[in-house]
Design a protein around this ligand. Structure first.
Ligand code: ATP
Ligand code: MG
Length: 584
């Protein structure tokens, strides 16, 4: 069917002659065949958001319906891919058109000619159904790409399946009436089906102390990272991509400044997977949609990313999706909605902002896949509230649906306390769920966590008094609490993303560090009345505590045992010194 443009407003195009089209149908705009999606439909009039630059389009130019929704190609060759919002491979486009993406370029998302070695897991005569794994391709050193029967396939008996080298367009198996290839298409707006979703209960470990110990996320869970300008959202997302114990990472750079995405494009391919030493890209897919790319494509990049992530989940992997930043997507929704002259909601965002965000995060989860494997998809979205004001609509609507809140704090950032996660306002609703897992690492985990939190809260209360009367006016017990809280903040909560050792902290080391910080405090608290406070301030063991974070993992047992012993000994020394003084 062919329609005609009657109006153009930025990324939004109105057309007539579109009777018979469907909502969210993919269309080709003008002779250049720009990609667009129908977002409003009334009789023969359609409103289309165009995912490419619309400059120069004129009324009267044609629109061709494709009869298909916006879809992604899911199959072998996807891993290590670097794509734009509509799944065009950026490196291949660059080869064709240079650094600037010419509009209308068509490049297949998956490599067409390469032959992959397919190993079947089913036999001729087996009945297969939607979602089954019929074989695999060793795609990279880190990923075995499991070949799925498409989720909308139905059922059939295999008449043919064999091991061999195939391109993605060769059928690797056949039933009486259908072929199965090493890829299939899936519409991005439709969540991929699963057999069952269940409650997350295993932590997704990140090696970041403040996240793992204080505000843990579970595999299959959701987290929001709101933070004002420069507070460290991108650094945290990168740390998660590198260190989180997910088998596959999908990273969506959505509407961020060009150079930040260039960082991702040049930096990511150089990163090593810490566990295997292999390039991190061997288990990563990048979607890059920088601020200079068309705004409507931001929406597409989010959906493309989450659909790709679901696909790996369906293979039985634990997958983590990072989106940086969801605010840029919301701003795109606002712009499009404005051009549609819809009734604006809060701060000009459309009234459906809340439901869009909810639908996105609801695609997370720990699941039983159609083939009976367990998989998970965790979603972590950065939010960029203007002026660090968390009361704005994107932050608020995100918090309503995500279960972990890592609040990045401008004041902490100004003091160069990184990660600038505010320990008083952040929270995790997975604490109860992951507790039993952590208790296997160490029985005292919950108790340490609670005691540390109480100490930090006490510091907050005391801070007000200190502002009025100064620290010296406080009783020794309270001054000790301030001293210990400072140790917790500086020697435990602060963690440098850029230090070779400190960038990742094992769970065992985290528990041990926390135990030592609290032991220092609690042992002193028992004898504080008989000590001089000045002696505590200058204790030598404090230097050892401050260096705990850079103790290499393999030396932790030896060095930390010594620190515990040194704490006991130095306190004992102080005690005997002060009792001698008292006798004099
Ligand atoms: N964990 C960390 N360790 C050390 N430095 C950090 C850490 N987190 C953030 N920083 C510092 O803060 C700077 C800004 O961080 P980042 O770019 O992640 O902020 P952002 O919130 O993404 O900013 P924007 O709003 O511009 O996107 C970093 O370049 C780095 O110097
Ligand atoms: Mg950033």
């Amino acid at each position: 069917m062919e329609g005609k443009i009657i109006r153009i407003s930025g990324p939004v195009v109105e057309a007539v002659g579109m009777k018979g089209s469907k909502m969210y149908e993919l269309v080709k705009v003008s002779d250049e065949e720009l990609m667009g999606e129908i977002i409003q439909l009334q009789e023969d009039r359609a409103v289309i958001q165009v995912y490419e630059d619309t400059t120069g389009l004129k009324p009267g130019e044609k629109i061709i319906s494709t009869g298909r929704p916006l879809s992604v190609k899911l199959g072998v060759g996807l891993t290590s891919g670097i794509y734009d919002g509509v799944q065009r491979p950026l490196n291949l486009i660059r080869d064709q058109t240079g650094d600037y993406i010419r509009r209308g370029v068509k490049v297949e998302p998956l490599i067409q000619k390469k032959k992959w070695h397919f190993v079947p897991l089913k036999n001729k005569g087996d009945t297969v159904k939607s979602g089954d794994i019929i074989g695999y391709v060793k795609e990279t050193e880190l990923i075995e790409h499991r070949i799925l029967v498409p989720p909308d396939f139905g059922e059939g008996k295999l008449e043919h399946i064999e091991e061999g080298d195939f391109t993605i367009n060769d059928p690797v198996a056949k039933t009486e009436d259908k072929e199965i290839k090493m890829y299939h298409e899936w519409p991005v707006r439709k969540p991929r089906p699963v057999t069952k979703k269940f409650e997350p209960s295993i932590p997704m470990l990140t090696g970041q102390r403040v996240l793992d110990t204080f505000f843990p996320i579970a595999k299959g869970g959701t987290a929001a990272i709101p933070g004002g300008f420069g507070t460290g959202k991108t650094v945290i997302q990168h740390q998660l991509a590198k260190w989180a114990d997910a088998e596959v990472v999908v990273y969506v750079g959505c509407g961020e400044r060009g150079n930040e995405m260039t960082d991702v494009l040049t930096e990511f391919p150089e990163l090593k997977d810490p566990k295997t030493g292999r390039p991190l890209m061997e288990r990563t897919v990048l979607i890059a949609n920088t601020s200079n790319m068309p705004v409507a494509a931001r929406e597409a990049s989010i959906y493309t990313g989450v659909t790709i992530a679901e696909y790996y989940r369906d293979m039985g992997y634990s997958v983590a999706l990072m989106a940086d930043s969801t605010s840029r997507w919301a701003e795109a929704l606002r712009e499009i909605s404005g051009r549609l002259e819809e009734m604006p909601g809060e701060e000009g965002y459309p009234a459906y902002l809340a439901s869009k965000l909810a639908e996105f995060y609801e695609r997370s989860g720990r699941v039983i896949t159609l083939n009976g494997k367990e998989g998970s998809l965790s979603i972590i979205g950065a939010v960029s509230p203007p002026g660090s004001d968390f009361s704005e609509p994107v932050t608020q609507n995100t918090l309503r649906v995500t279960k972990v809140f890592w609040a990045l704090d401008r004041e902490l950032k100004d003091r160069r306390h990184f990660p600038s996660v505010n320990w008083l306002t952040s929270y995790s609703l997975y604490l109860k769920d992951v507790e039993s897992w952590w208790n296997n690492v160490s029985k005292d985990w919950s108790s340490l966590r609670i005691r540390a939190m109480q100490l930090l809260q006490k510091e907050e209360e005391l801070k007000e008094i200190v502002q009025l009367v100064g620290p010296d006016a406080l009783p020794k017990k309270e001054r000790l609490a301030l001293e210990a809280a400072k140790i917790l903040r500086e020697d435990f909560l602060q963690q440098s993303a850029f230090h070779r050792i400190d960038t990742y902290c094992s769970q065992k080391k985290q528990v041990w560090m926390l135990r030592i910080c609290l032991m220092f405090y609690e042992n002193l608290l028992n004898v504080i009345s008989s000590l001089e406070f000045e002696d505590i301030v200058t204790m030598k063991v404090k230097e050892e505590i401050a260096r705990m974070k850079i103790v290499p993992e393999e030396e932790v047992d030896k060095r930390f045992t010594k620190i515990e012993k040194d704490i006991v000994e130095e306190i004992e020394k102080l005690r005997s010194k002060s009792s001698e003084n008292a006798e004099k």
